[in-house]
Write a protein that binds this ligand. Structure first.
Ligand SMILES: Nc1nc2c(ncn2[C@@H]2O[C@H](COP(=O)(O)OP(=O)(O)OP(=O)(O)O)[C@@H](O)[C@H]2O)c(=O)[nH]1
Ligand SMILES: [Mg+2]
Length: 330
């Protein structure tokens, strides 16, 4: 009797042959937090990583309502027109996404949702940012194994997101709108420093003049920032996800930046450093988990925390005491 291949192996074969249902199921498996699913999920990702393809991973960041989903719809369609296969993922750790908001995104991405060469997946829900980002990274690897070569990751720019998102992407596109106070003052420096390309969206109708002005201000501000590690400062473009103005130029800018980073070796270097970061982060998370789940720590923690809160004990002494009980330190 021939042995049945296990589910992860089967899923990988199916998703590689273009089966979208298998891809969805594979992503669900790696997003699962059930202990029983973990070995299979790990195996799946490990094998998927060996496929390797010349993908470009683009993070799309910007405040809520700036037009990220609408832009992804037109940009993604444009990339498909250029012969690419586009996967859209989202990172939104704040929301426990319900069917409603998934639907919301899909209606914003109506064009893409109907494309054979597009795959749209909402944010994994729940958990901390690190966990959400890790699951998104794994979903991305599965999409690449399924032949998607342009990965667009929508993420809300709330600042703390940026570090982990920067560990997922080859390029970051920052979307802004002019004249709303977020144009210069409100936007966090860190967010701007992580941008490879900046586009001022909603450059249509009455906004047009205001956006041109914002673009000029922004270019001046950027000239004062240090360049990205790639050696470049982000260009500032104007676009409208509604009229399509500037979308082609934006796609060209992203494609050129990807090519430039490939040729210079920066792209490879960036992924190597990301791999290192994920290794260290995974170790750190496991150590912290192990610590807080240790019976000795669970036992000692509440009382010590109470004493720290009351000011009876200083936090450093309490930390040292916990570490001592864990078998660390003097
Ligand atoms: N005039 C104009 N409106 C736009 C443009 N792009 C998006 N919008 C509108 O702005 C609103 C928000 O667009 P979304 O694409 O949902 O924005 P988002 O950044 O994805 O929002 P969140 O996912 O909630 O963070 C919608 O009503 C869009 O129709 C644009 O280029 N011009
Ligand atoms: Mg959106």
């Amino acid at each position: 009797m021939s042995q049945m291949p296990d589910l992860p192996t089967q899923l990988l074969e199916q998703l590689r042959s273009g089966d979208r249902v298998a891809l969805s199921r594979a992503i669900t498996l790696v997003e699962s937090t059930r202990a029983a699913d973990m070995p299979g999920a790990r195996n799946l990702v490990r094998n998927a990583m060996q496929t390797g393809n010349a993908s470009v991973r683009v993070g799309i960041t910007g405040i809520p309502g700036v037009g990220k989903s609408t832009l992804i719809d037109v940009l993604g369609s444009h990339l498909i027109g250029m012969g690419h296969r586009v996967a859209v993922l989202a990172i939104d750790p704040s929301s426990t996404r319900t069917g409603g908001s998934i639907l919301g995104d899909k209606t914003r991405m109506e064009r893409l949702a109907g494309e054979e060469n597009a795959f749209i997946r909402p944010s994994p829900s729940g958990g901390n940012l690190g966990g959400v980002a890790r699951r998104t990274r794994e979903a991305m690897i599965l999409c690449e194994a399924a032949g998607y070569d342009r990965i667009l990751i929508e993420t809300v720019g709330v600042g703390q997101n940026e570090a982990a998102v920067d560990q997922l992407t080859d390029l970051n596109l920052l979307l802004m709108i002019g004249g709303t106070g977020d144009s210069l003052q409100g936007i966090k420096r860190g967010i701007m420093e992580a941008a490879d390309v900046i586009a001022i969206n909603k450059s249509d109708g009455d906004n047009d003049r205001r956006n041109r002005r914002a673009a000029m201000d922004l270019r001046q501000a950027i000239a004062l920032l240090p360049p990205r590690e790639s050696g470049h400062r982000p260009p500032v473009l104007l676009c409208s996800a509604i009229t399509g103005m500037g979308i082609e130029a934006l796609a060209d800018e992203l494609e050129n930046a990807a090519l430039r980073d490939h040729v210079s070796g920066h792209g490879r270097h960036r992924r190597q450093e990301q791999a290192r970061w994920w290794m260290r982060t995974t170790v750190e998370e496991a150590l912290v988990d192990g610590f807080y789940n240790d019976p000795r720590i669970r036992n000692a923690l509440p009382a010590l925390e109470e004493r720290v809160r009351n000011g009876e004990m200083n936090p450093f002494d309490a930390a040292r005491e916990l570490l001592r009980q864990y078998g660390h330190g003097e």
